[in-house]
Ligand binder design. Sequence first.
Ligand code: UD1
Ligand code: CA
Length: 497
Amino acid sequence: MAQPVVIILAAGQGTRMKSNLPKVLHRAAGRTMLHHAIVAAGAVQPERMVVVVRHGRDAVAAEALQHEPSALIADQDDVPGTGRAVQCALDAIGQAGLDTTGGILVIPGDTPLLDGATLQDLAAHHRAAGATVTLLTAVLADPFGYGRIIREPGTGLVASVVEERDATPQQRAITEVNTSVYLFDAATLRRGLSQVGRGNAQGEVYLTDVVALARQEGAATQAVPCSDPTVILGVNSRVQLAQVAAELNRRLTTQAMLDGVTIQDPATTWIDADTILEPDVTLLPGTHLAGRCKVAAGAVIGPFTTLTDCEVGEGATVDRVVASGSVIGPRAEVGPFTYLRPGTVLGNGAKAGAHTELKAATLGDGAKVPHLSYVGDAVIGDGANIGAGTIFANYDGVTKSRSEVGPGARVGSNSVLVAPVQVGAGTYTGAGTVVRGDVPPGSLVVSAGPVRIFEGWTLRKRPGTDSAARAQAALEAQTPPGQDPAALETGPEASHT
Ligand code: UD1
Ligand code: CA
C-alpha cells in the first residue's frame, strides 16, 4: 500500500504572534516550527511532503526545501482558512500527479512537539480500523482556543469539530480537542472541501468542516486521543512558544540524562534538538548548547556557557565561555570568560584562558594563550606559549592578514604581532615587543630601547601634587639629611619636556 502524502499547513500569518517573521519560522530548541513538522512527517516515509505557503512565502518555502529538498510547495491564494490551504495543496498534488491511494495526512506547521511516533501510531490505527477519516485528538485540562470534538452518541464517531469562536457554552465545556492532525481518504477530502463554505465567525474555509460532511456521507470518522496531550500543543502566541520551547527542552535534557549525561540543573540548561552529547558529559548550570553542537565523553561544559555549532573533544573543560563555529580539542581548557569566534580550532590539551578572544585561530597541541589576549587569523604551533596581554594585530584598517607562530615559541607578555608575520619555531619575544617582520626559528626578538630613568622627575615637573609629596617623603626617608632629593639627578629631559 502506498504511503500517505503529507500536507504541512504553513501559510497562516500567525497574527497572534505579532511578528514580522512568519509564525512557522519562529524557533524552539533551535529549529523552526516548520523544521520540526518536517522531521515529524518524515517518520511516516511519506509519498511526498506538500508545504502550503502564503505569508512570508519565499522564506517559508526556502526553509521547507532546505530540510526537505523534494517537498512540493503549494501556494495558497487569498481565500483564508485551513480548508483553503488543503484545497490549494490538493490542486498541486493533482498537477504533480501524486499517488494519493495511501491517504492524505494533514499536519499543522505550528505544533513543534508533535513527533514522528505519534504520526506513525495514527497511520497504523487508520489502516487497522479501515477508517475514512482519522483525527488525532487530545484531552486538555484547559481546552481554550482549540476546536472541540463533538462525538456522536452511540457510535462514538466524530460528528463535527466546532471552533472555540463558533462554540456554544456547552460545547466549550468539552475537553477533547482537535489537534489539526488528520488522515483522510483523498476522495472524501476532495469531496468534502468542495462543499465547505465560509459561514463561520472568522469567515474562513475551515478544514474541520470536512469532518462533519464526511460523517453525513456515512464515513467512519474516527478520533484517536493521543496518550501524551503535550505532544499537540499548538503555538499561536509567544507565550505558547515559550511554553512549548520549555517542554521541548525538558524532553531533550531528560533524554540526555537517560543517555548518561550529568545535568546539574536541567531548568537552566538549554540544549537544541540537533545537539549530540556522549555519555559522561557534564553540563553545569546556565549552559546553552545551540545549533549543532557535539560534545565528547568526559567534557565539562559550564557554568554559564553558550556554545553555538561547536565541537568539544573528550575531557575538555569549557567554563564561562561564549563560542561559535569552533572546535575545542580533547582535554583542552577554555575559560573562564573566553570568547571563541568562528573558525577557531584548539588542539589536544591546548588552553585559551581568561579574558581571551580568538577568531579563525588554530592552536596546536598543548599550545597556550592563558590570559588577556586577542588572537585573530593566526596559526600557533604545538606547545607554543603566548604571554599575557599579547595582541595579534590582524587588521591594518583595510585588509586582514594572517600570522604564524612556530611550535615551541614563547611570545613575551604584552607583545604585538603585526600581521602578516611569521615567528619561527622556538623563538622568544621579549615582553612588550612589537614584531613587525618575520623572525627566524630560535631567535630572541625585542623591539623596545633600553630603559631610561629620570630620577627626581616628579618633584621637578609635578610640584605640589600628591604624587610629588609622597615621592618626597619616600626619598627623604632614604636620603642623608641636608641633601635635596629633587637635585639627585638632572636628566637630559630637563631641557625638552
Ligand atoms: C486549528 C483548527 C482547530 C485546532 C487547532 C489545533 C481549523 C479551522 N481549526 O485552529 O480546530 O484545534 O488548529 O492547533 O482548522 N494555515 C494555513 N492557511 C490558512 C490558515 C492557517 O496554512 O489560511 C496554517 C497555519 O500556518 C498553521 C495551521 O494552519 O500552521 C493552523 O492554523 P491556525 O490559524 O493556527 O489554526 P487554529 O486557530 O490554531
Ligand atoms: Ca494554531
